[in-house]
Design a protein around this ligand. Structure first.
Ligand code: ZN
Length: 77
């Protein structure tokens, strides 16, 4: 599955051209609008924001738990 954000100018499909890591949870993605009459090039951010199912690895939590996570449901059961 690829993630795309429609061109904010003309709402046409846009294609990711490149990306770079800004932090362990944040990437910057450079998109180019596929509408030849537009050609808008813009930056979007892709960020991991919360945990839905905790990792099985024994490391400290990197992200806050989602209220919809398994652990969240157990706490509220
Ligand atoms: Zn466009």
């Amino acid at each position: 599955m690829s993630v795309s954000i429609a061109c904010p100018v003309c709402q046409s499909r846009a294609v990711a051209r490149s990306s770079r890591k800004l932090s362990d949870t944040l990437r910057e993605i450079r998109y180019r609008c596929e509408n030849d009459e537009c050609g808008h090039v813009y930056i979007a951010h892709l960020e991991a924001v919360r945990t839905v199912v905790p990792s099985a690895l024994q490391v400290s939590a990197l992200l806050p738990l989602s209220p919809h996570s398994r652990a969240g449901r157990l706490e509220h059961a």
